[in-house]
Design a binder for this molecule. Structure first.
Ligand code: NAP
Length: 378
């Protein structure tokens, strides 16, 4: 029996997969979007090389990893019926991370987040009917709480169906939670809601640059359209992955929903800018003109400034919300708080600038690839 994981090739999925593999435990069955086995292994290596050497990766592949090539937007992930059924009968629990984080595309959010999650739930139902599923862990987001201003949001008060959502991403992730609780009523469930996941508190490197780019941009401006005393809830990926793995493995976690956040320990923009050695003037009265300008510039497709504006257009509403998400549940159960962003943001920004917002990926050696393709791959 194995833990079934979706989204292992993603930023957070790489952390969760590596953390599970670092600990003794059951095998992992990883759903990887790929047209053939070599591509699946190559994509997995791309996500895991941040966490492990190629030797370690090879060892994991031999001893702990089973790869299933599939796509959550296809019926039965695109597998034939016997493979789908065999998959359902072989899993002990599910960690569902796969999603689109494209905040603006209704179509992608509908297909990947809603239809994709429904397909993962369908697999879980078959597994549960066959032998009983130990746990279904769903990785959601604090954005399910909708548009908020100046609040501390607690887990059980986050979803309000008549509240407006920020965007299609937030709306569809909110409905995913609803599907999980409605369609798996008898399965032990855990819903994880990370806030903004940014960097790694233990090292400067990252593979995900979207918000780092936005912070690097703001830290170079003489004037920023923010209030210095506003807080933003940022949490490092290593803390989020530790929490998901620890709580997914528990027999009886104390709660069903956990905010994986910095909560009331979230820092202000002033504190973050100081840590970035930036001294901008905070000019909150510029919020509306700036939002208008960002909308216009984000339409300049194909230009560098247009790309930065597109990013800021997505994140600006979250940056202006001055809302944090209560994290007492996870802190009590894990016994530690997430390290503050100010403790590692300057190194993270410097790494991103030095590497021009690209991680220096190393391709798998041809020899490694030949060894690996003989392993167990559906
Ligand atoms: N990053 C954050 O700041 C943050 C904050 C809160 C919550 N979350 C949640 O955390 C989870 C992981 O986020 P992330 O940052 O790791 O995102 P990511 O880097 O974009 O990874 C998304 C993962 O989903 C997979 N996926 C997308 N479409 C798929 C499909 N049709 N079939 C199979 N797999 C598919 C991707 O596979 P490919 O490699 O093939 O594209 C990738 O492995 C998501 O559920 C997200 O909502 C993230």
């Amino acid at each position: 029996m194995s833990v079934f994981l979706t989204g292992a090739t993603g930023f957070l999925g790489g952390y969760v997969t590596a953390r599970l593999l670092e600990l003794p435990g059951p095998a992992l069955t990883l759903l990887v979007r790929a047209s053939d086995r070599d591509e699946a292994i190559g994509r997995l290596w791309r996500a895991l090389q941040f966490h492990a050497s190629s030797d370690r990766f090879r060892e994991w592949l031999h001893t702990r990893i089973r790869i299933v090539a599939g796509d959550i937007t296809l019926p039965s992930f695109g597998l034939n019926h016997p493979d789908w059924h065999e998959l359902a009968c072989s899993i002990d629990s599910v960690i569902h991370l796969a999603a689109t984080l494209n905040h603006r595309s209704e179509k992608l959010c509908l297909n990947v987040n809603l239809r994709g999650t429904l397909e993962v739930i369908r697999l879980a139902q078959v597994a549960d009917a066959d032998h009983g599923l130990r746990r279904f862990s769903h990785v959601s987001t604090t954005t399910v709480a909708g548009i908020r201003q100046d609040e501390v949001v607690a887990e059980d008060r986050a979803i309000e169906w008549d509240r407006s959502d920020h965007d299609p991403y937030a709306r569809t992730k909110k409905f995913c939670e609803h599907m999980v609780t409605t369609l798996l009523p008898h399965v032990p469930r855990t819903i994880f809601r990370p806030s903004v996941v940014l960097g790694d508190s233990r090292r400067p490197e990252t593979t995900q640059f979207d918000l780092v780019r936005a912070f690097a941009f703001f830290s170079r401006l003489p004037v920023v359209p923010l209030r210095g005393d506003d807080r933003i809830d940022i949490v490092p990926a290593d803390y989020v992955a530790d929490a998901i793995v620890a709580l997914h493995g528990k027999t009886h976690p104390l709660h069903e929903i956990y905010h994986l956040t910095s909560g009331t320990g979230s820092e202000t923009f002033s504190a973050i800018m100081t840590a970035l050695c930036a001294r901008p003037t905070f000019a909150p009265w510029l919020r509306s003109p700036c939002a208008w300008g960002v909308r216009r510039v984000s339409e300049w497709r194909g230009t560098q400034i247009g790309r930065v504006a597109s990013l800021i257009r997505v994140f600006l509403p979250y940056m202006l919300a001055n809302t944090v998400y209560d994290n007492r549940r996870v802190v009590d159960e894990l016994g530690r708080r997430p390290p503050p962003f100010s403790g590692y943001c300057a190194e993270l920004r410097d790494f991103a600038l030095q590497h021009k917002f690209h991680y220096p990926y190393t391709p798998l050696l041809a020899a490694d690839s030949a060894v690996m393709t003989t392993e167990r791959v559906v």
